[in-house]
Design a binder for this molecule. Sequence first.
Ligand code: NAD
Length: 491
Amino acid sequence: WGRGKIRFSTSVSAAQPISPSAVTEEPINPAVKINHTQLLINGQFVDAASGESEDVNRAVAAARKAFDEGPWPRMTAYERSLIMFRFADLLEKHREEIAGLETWDNGKPYEQFANIELPMVIRQFRYYAGWADKIHGLTVPADGHLHVQTLHEPFGVAALIVPWNFPLLLYSWKVGAALACGNTVVVKTSEQTPLSALYVSKLFHEAGLPPGVLNVICGFGPSAGASLCSHMDVDKVSFTGSTDTAKTVLELAAKSNLKSATLELGGKSPFIVCEDADIDKAAELAHSALFFNQGQCCVAGSRTFVHESAYDEFVEKAKTLALNRVVGDPFKKGVEQGPQIDNRQMLKILKYIRSGIEDGATLEAGGERFGSKGCYVQPTVFSNVLDDMLIAKDEIFGPVQSISKFSNLEEVVRRANATRYGLAAGVFTQNIDTANTLTRALRAGTIWINCYDIFDAAIPFGGYKMSGQGREKGLNGLTNYLQVKAVVTPL
Ligand code: NAD
């Protein structure tokens, strides 16, 4: 898996459809031609300008015009909903091309994307398509001499900034909600993974989306991303990425026009296995909670706390699962773990692994680069991890599981909450009282009880503390993109 540097795309329509059977034969289909330099602005693929802020200006101007003058915010919500439903049908029709592009671009296993992520993307668009004509305000029981009502209106132009780890899934959370409310948008893909967003946005136009409503640019974060955040004609920014970048995003938003910001950021989520847990199930889910998507998940269960009575048995199971994990070419059937996103990320992960060894954690499995080509890392398990070790504190964003021992609930709550993050937590117990106690004590936006990584379209998602501001998905996700107007009439 030695792909070259692919940047902007594309006439992705030139890409050959990749069928699952074909891709299992050949690691890379050499017929896939990905050109560079094209962006999707005002319904057309256009060449990128040399200055990225120029691209941003063009995209924002198209979105502004479509919002101020175009049909999208003016058509009935039902018409918007129908276009979104038609788009979801097109995603289904083109699922092989989309899955091929996402795997090509990101390195995630084709089968996992096609069978897990893409159905979630389609479901998310249908979910928000269903909401479009059900958004309404209230009549407010104010002073008896007044008739007061609220109108829920779109913000205007929304900038949607997406990272590389779930390029299309996170696009669906943001684009689905923003468009259902009648906003127009400029999506900025990660510079590393622009292909799927460009491809599907073209399909959105085939479904009847008016030009200018959905624009896609793919420039670098500190240039294109930053000029989008500070643009005076952008009313809203929704950002998913690292906590450090989010501080810049907020600062730029504040210094320009105080645009509203929704932030979905990093995590260091605890996965707590109590003494009465089903250990087989807990070990399996702890494994997928960490290793899914090459460990590049914001919600990765990256601090596994196991009660001392089940600890040795759990560590043995975790080790076996990691040693049996199938690593390899992501286009091959049965592969569970592909390469990391790039060389830099791989080197960063290997450095964390070295720090774990130097700090005295016990290396149970993995610990090195996998093979000598590409950016693969062995599924790695550490036991006897102490809370002050770097691997227990930092977001590694790679296939490195850290297991620690605990003695009682009070202790595990204190340790689980001792982080600047608060994105998610997993709780494994058969005791309802223990589950309720932990659910209320843990400071995180999602608590999964005897499950993990459940991302139904209707479930709100977001972080406490430095894991974010606001919620995406579900009904809460719509409120990011709506202004509330109070209308007061004396009776
Ligand atoms: P990143 O912060 O480097 O980049 C994210 C996006 O922001 C990219 O599109 C990038 O181009 C853009 N960007 C970078 N600098 C910018 C700037 N100065 N102004 C505006 N935009 C800028 O993060 P990443 O490395 O691409 O993604 C990994 C991070 O995302 C991890 O920390 C992960 O935890 C987090 N993440 C969070 C969630 C969530 O929902 N909470 C989901 C996925 C990923």
